[in-house]
Design a protein around this ligand. Structure first.
Ligand SMILES: [Fe+2]
Ligand SMILES: [Fe+2]
Length: 196
């Protein structure tokens, strides 16, 4: 059998493993979101590497199944909650303090648009990951790869903007009482009792 020329010999990597975020961090909801960005960046980096190495081009021929399971679970379960944390808790609280800051409002509008774009990009990505996890090749591979590449590219920039602009503004302006409201809402989203 001839090897697929796009599949380079991958270097050995540690298995992808996401740290659980301690529930206590819900008392500092901005830091909880920051911690989740670290996990999202691990997902993005692994997807980027798999695209480059051609791992998605064959039915799990490279032993990447466990990593793809982690990616699938994050995109399916964790990312929608993270986006809701921002759309329903972080951004509205921050907007109260940025009424007169046109730049901040513009950035928040862009980030909201990118969240909406994710929900267009992700279905073909998830469908392709499902194919791979079922032991098959990705059915709509071109759509899968362009969607996954676009997701990686936009999310990388998106997280940088959030970490470097939005979270520092939030740390500066959101008051302690609002932090508790945010944390309670984020805990409820995860069926976690707000840590007392
Ligand atoms: Fe976001
Ligand atoms: Fe985020």
């Amino acid at each position: 059998m001839t090897a697929d020329p796009r599949v380079s010999r991958p270097r050995k990597h540690e298995p992808l493993s996401l740290e659980l975020i301690p529930e206590n961090l819900l008392r500092e909801p901005i830091e909880y979101i920051f911690a989740d960005h670290y996990r999202l960046r691990q997902i993005i980096a692994t997807m980027d590497r798999f695209l480059t190495e051609g791992v998605f081009a064959l039915p799990l021929a490279t032993g990447a199944g466990p990593d793809i399971t982690v990616i699938q679970a994050y995109l399916h379960d964790d990312l929608p909650k993270h986006i809701a944390d921002e759309e329903e808790d972080l951004f509205p609280h921050l907007e109260q303090y940025c009424q007169n800051d046109g730049d901040a409002k513009q950035i928040l509008a862009t980030l909201r648009q990118e969240h909406a774009d994710n929900f267009t990009l992700l279905p073909p990505v998830m469908a392709g990951l499902d194919n791979l996890l079922a032991g098959a090749a990705v059915l709509e591979r071109e759509l899968f790869e362009t969607s996954a590449a676009r997701f990686v590219e936009t999310q990388r920039r998106h997280v940088i903007w959030e970490n470097n602009i939005i979270l520092p503004l939030a740390r500066r302006f959101i008051k302690a009482d609002d932090m508790v409201i945010m944390g309670r809402s984020m805990a409820a989203r995860r069926n976690i009792v707000f840590p007392g």
